[in-house]
Design a protein around this ligand. Structure first.
Ligand code: SAM
Length: 220
């Protein structure tokens, strides 16, 4: 049976969409307001509380998140003292840890500027690329690419499932998509593919769900 999920919210992009109207309407359209509402309603099935280990290892962390609640919760859950300041031009706020090693920008990623933070030696893309409307992905990749240091490691998590059954998010990003997006400029290596099917996925109408991890590095 052909499944036609609801279209919610408004796309980020007014750019020409590289898909037909039909294809586009298959997917949930996400926006900053959509995500802020998910945080308000606690519909955050992806959320894990112990993701601060890179900071514990001594790294400086830069993050971007549009939902203020997510950032407040992060600092509170981890008992890290922080201050909040305004970003220029009303772009949002910057949450800085007391030790000045965590900088979390509360703003739309599409307004993030390279002088806010960067260059980055490491990127951990969990639930980010897969949370972007398909037509906004090239712009997302352009922004991320502009923030990378000459030598970097970029880990990206993607999912494999029947996208005709689940309208997203997360959105399905195939290995071919990854290759088209990153393969021209960078070296792409698949590190892992694991069965990650859980009870919650049954409600999405799917019967298989794989989690994949790719490493992106500079071309040598
Ligand atoms: C699937 S969740 C993953 C969250 C987190 N990376 C993790 O692994 O737990 C996607 C997150 O991206 C945020 N988000 C979505 N679109 C965004 C945008 N345009 N700018 C900044 N944050 C955004 C949402 O608020 C949400 O918390």
């Amino acid at each position: 049976m052909h499944h036609v999920p609801k279209v919610k919210g408004k796309s980020h992009s007014n750019n020409t969409i590289a898909m037909t109207e039909d294809k586009q309407s298959q997917f949930t359209v996400v926006s900053p307001e959509y995500w802020q509402k998910r945080w308000e309603e606690r519909k955050i099935g992806w959320h894990k509380t112990n993701v601060d280990s890179l900071w514990e290892m001594g790294h400086v962390i830069v993050g971007v998140e549009v939902a203020r609640a997510a950032l407040e919760e992060f600092f509170e859950e981890n008992s890290i003292k922080y201050t909040v300041s305004d970003l220029p031009d009303g772009a949002g706020s910057l949450f800085t840890s007391e030790d000045n090693r965590i900088h979390l920008y509360c703003c739309d990623l599409f307004s993030f500027k390279s002088d806010f933070g960067g260059p980055m030696n490491g990127v951990w893309d969990r639930g980010a690329l897969v949370a972007i409307n398909k037509e906004d992905i090239p712009r997302y990749v352009e922004i991320l690419s502009s923030l990378l240091a000459p030598d970097f490691c970029y880990l990206v998590e993607t999912f494999e499932f029947d996208e005709t059954k689940h309208s997203g998010p997360p959105f399905f990003v195939s290995d071919k998509d990854l290759n088209d997006l990153y393969g021209g400029k960078f070296t792409l290596t698949k590190l892992d593919r694991q069965d990650a099917f859980e009870e919650q996925h049954k409600a999405w109408g799917i019967d298989s769900f794989f989690e994949k991890l790719h490493l992106i590095t500079p071309k040598k």
